[in-house]
Design a protein around this ligand. Structure first.
Ligand SMILES: [Zn+2]
Length: 72
């Protein structure tokens, strides 16, 4: 016997499940590059987990260039 409250709860459960599923898929997409996009070096697992596309050296170089460009 499903009354309106049960139907609403069921609907919310489905909406939450769908949202969690979407977030999990986004997390997969956000995993970083296996190799640095700039120099092609193997990316450490820690950096990939944070979604980085560049190795530490290239990321620092990019930041330096951005900082220089911002000053001009
Ligand atoms: Zn690199």
């Amino acid at each position: 016997m499903a009354d309106e409250a049960d139907i609403a709860t069921d609907y919310i459960d489905r909406a939450i499940a769908l949202e969690l599923h979407k977030r999990q898929q986004n997390t997969v997409v956000k995993i970083g590059a296996k190799f640095c996009k700039d120099c092609g070096v193997d990316m450490p697992v820690e950096r990939r987990q944070f979604g980085f596309q560049l190795c530490k050296e290239c990321a620092e170089e990019t930041e330096r260039r951005k900082a220089l460009f911002a000053d001009n």
